[in-house]
Design a protein. Structure first.
Length: 171
């Protein structure tokens, strides 16, 4: 199926600047400012644990230029998942991956600790929440630079120069 051109979308009224092709941004440099997204000024949630707060702050510092208000819950979920996963690993290191079940009268049964399963589930949550935030290697490899966000805060001359560079690289 062929992609609909930006000109056709403008005629129909379905054009969205955030999904525009890079070449279109060069043509309408004056209208690009409408597509600029300002970074969010998020606050660390007070109801999460201290370990989760440390992780939240660490990630916020790394991602503050890319985060939006809609990322607040994903950031919180990731911070809590990482804190819980680390706590499970620490407890697993103390108690061990193998436990004995003393319920039997004649012999002790050796089995895998339930903490291994808990740590595994928490690890999967960490991986999934990392994908939501775009901080895992696979997601980062697929990301492209959003010209509106990248060009925020530039003067008109700098903006025009950057747009020309984008146009040259797109052709």
């Amino acid at each position: 199926m062929q992609r609909t051109s930006d000109a056709d979308k403008k005629r129909r009224g379905t054009y969205r600047p955030s999904r525009a092709q890079a070449a279109y941004a060069v043509k309408d440099a004056g209208k690009l400012t409408a597509a600029i997204v300002k970074p969010a000024n998020l606050k660390c949630p007070s109801h999460i644990t201290d370990d989760a707060k440390r992780e939240w702050r660490r990630l916020y510092i790394l991602l503050k230029d890319r985060l939006q208000n809609s990322d607040a819950i994903a950031l919180e979920l990731h911070a809590v998942a990482v804190a819980n996963w680390r706590a499970a690993l620490a407890r697993l290191a103390v108690e061990g991956a193998v436990v004995t079940d003393a319920r039997s009268k004649h012999s002790k049964i050796v089995k895998r600790s339930p903490l291994v399963d808990v740590a595994d589930v928490l690890f999967r949550q960490v991986v999934q929440s990392a994908k939501l935030l775009g901080i895992d290697p696979g997601t980062r490899a697929k990301q492209t630079i959003d010209p509106g966000r990248y060009l925020a805060g530039l003067t008109e001359e700098e903006l025009q120069q950057e747009l020309e560079l984008i146009h040259e690289s797109a052709t």
